[in-house]
Design a protein around this ligand. Structure first.
Ligand code: AKB
Length: 325
């Protein structure tokens, strides 16, 4: 039986991962950890236990771990890249001090820990195309600095204290369920919303800006599979490159237009997001994840686009029905 605590359970990844884990471990406690102001609602609230767990409060983490006999912590608390440039102190406090709190509780209570890293852990000096697993990591953003620090700290706790820490470097994540907030890759979610609402899309990054992206079902599967992987096969821990697709704004726009022919896009560059995107790789080489724990994505740009458009048009139809009922 697995007893799991998800810190940040009402966020973009957490809200879907909590439901997936509850489906996979119906006899365990899968606890949705949230901060006041971001309470779980609907099915997330009703389908299992939840607790106030602020990552900056080590006592709160320890109380939840003790109460629910937690053996695995998914640490999803984060300040995404664009917001982290505006609030670098907060990004450090949550990304690094928060992770330290989680690792200390995990060390004392013998929990495994998953903390995602990101394509943002690389920088302008990193090889840009098919970025290798082990390479230069000198990010120029605060988000990247917290992610590299998190990778090192997690590896340290594994080696020094035997804490079972594992991680993947997430690309930009695309989902119809919960919107992201404050990331550089958010445009690749927003563009689908505009297409489904019949609105023109203003793209914040230039044509030719390639970044790795991934559909949420693949990302959730990666987060589960890395924690279930046979430890004897793992040469790496924190953190594995994973990849499924890399595109620039023109490619995603052209793909959406195949299904929504009158969709329009114009460029309105956000210099902050453009600078961040320019410092990140175009695409990652994920062969170590494939070799060490059989990672394999299922969605490409076409499959993701069809699924996103289907779900979002249903969502907006329902919304319209509710408004006009
Ligand atoms: C962001 O854009 O900040 C995130 C990421 C790539 O980690 N989506």
């Amino acid at each position: 039986m697995k007893n799991i605590l998800i810190i940040g359970a009402t966020g973009q990844i957490g809200s879907e991962l909590t439901m997936k884990l509850r489906g996979l471990y119906p006899n365990g406690n899968v606890v949705a950890g949230y901060i006041p102001g971001a309470e779980p609602k609907g099915v997330l609230l009703e389908s299992g236990p939840s607790a106030v767990v602020d990552i900056t409060n080590p006592a709160q983490i320890a109380v939840a771990v003790e109460k629910y006999k937690i053996d695995t912590i998914y640490n999803l608390a984060a300040v995404l890249s664009a917001v982290a440039e505006i609030k670098p102190q907060l990004a450090w406090h949550i990304g690094v001090c928060g992770l330290f709190n989680v690792l200390e509780v995990a060390r004392e209570k013998k929990c495994a820990v998953f903390t995602p890293s990101s394509i943002g852990s690389f920088g302008p000096g990193t090889p840009k195309v098919l970025t290798p697993q082990d390479t230069i990591q000198r990010p120029t953003t605060m988000y990247g600095v917290t992610k590299v620090t998190g990778e090192l700290l997690s590896d340290y706790y594994a080696k020094r204290f035997g804490v079972d820490t594992r991680s993947v470097r997430f690309p930009g994540l695309i989902s119809y369920a919960t919107p992201p907030g404050g990331g550089t890759t958010d445009y690749a979610v927003d563009i689908y919303y505009s297409a489904c609402k019949g609105e023109k899309f203003y793209c914040p990054v230039k044509p030719g800006t390639f970044m790795d992206m991934m559909y949420m079902p693949d990302a959730l599967r990666a987060a589960v599979e890395i924690m279930e992987a046979d430890p004897a096969r793992l040469i790496h821990r924190n953190s594995f490159n994973i990849a499924s697709m890399s595109f620039d704004p023109e490619m995603i726009y052209d793909k959406i237009k195949e299904y929504v022919p009158d969709f329009e896009m114009e460029y309105k560059i956000d210099p902050l997001r453009q600078d961040i995107a320019d410092s990140w790789p175009d695409s990652l080489d994920d062969s170590c994840a494939r070799y060490e724990w059989d990672w394999k994505p299922e969605y490409d740009l076409d499959a993701m686009t069809k699924d996103m458009l289907n779900h979002l048009s249903l969502k907006f139809q329902e919304h319209l029905h509710a408004e006009f009922a």
